[in-house]
Design a protein around this ligand. Sequence first.
Ligand code: C5P
Length: 282
Amino acid sequence: MKGMAYAKVNLALAVYPAAADGFHPLRGIFQSVSLSDTISIEPASVDEVVVSNDEAPSDETNLAWRAFDSTRRAARMPAAARLAIDKQIPAGSGLGGGSADAACVIGLMSDRYGLDEEMAFDIAASVGSDVPFSLTGGTAIVEGRGDRVDAQPLLSGFALCVVVPPFALGTPAVFDEWDRLDGPTGRVVPDGDLPPILRGGVPIRNDLYPAALSLDRRVGDWCDALEHLWGTSVSMTGSGSALFAFFESVDEAAGAADAVDLPVRAAEPVSLVGQGWEPIDE
Ligand code: C5P
């Protein structure tokens, strides 16, 4: 089995004080984008995880492996497997790469072994907060700890340029800092810097930005440098460190990526895609 696992960008992310389970309820606009990892699952004599670089662990702590293990239990299919991940989505960047890999595994396995959607969704929610969205993909309003996914018509009419600075941020640390700062709200992107389809709707802001900035000043330096370079507002996705801005087309976003003359982990023009994962015919 083989599939593509697509990254996500949080176009907007409102965060609320932690619930009794320690997780923060959130409300956000999540969007799948064209940056992707490739996953393959093959029969093997012993369990094995192989990752193409050091952006994710090559052992049983890998989120995609945990997803594989939970799904094979649910499918009552105990056979050993080799899970290989060709990693293109930088880790610790807020692009949901680990969650996308996990969702792709759950999707491929559910299709193969006939698990129903509800069971697949429950497994996704047990693996991580962003995994339920990645199973659905496209454009969605996501609420709860990430487990309420309301699919929307696919946004259109714009592309993004995503820049990943040369440092990662840990999601739990950013949420802890948000608590310590007493729940700040992010700065709102002015309508003039938004594509027409996002103007006049929910405020486009990321409440985790002030927390990420407080943890690592470099996030702010990068934001300022990119805003100066591109002449438009720059936002952060998830808990960072990846930053993005809106452009009219993939060509324009590619021009913006080319203009970045800084030591980045990635500078990518990305288009919006309608799924969180998809099978690849072999
Ligand atoms: O669910 P996941 O393992 O991706 O979450 C990583 C960490 O991020 C959690 O342990 C928690 O500290 C924080 N988190 C949160 N509220 C959310 C999602 C994640 O506090 N809605």
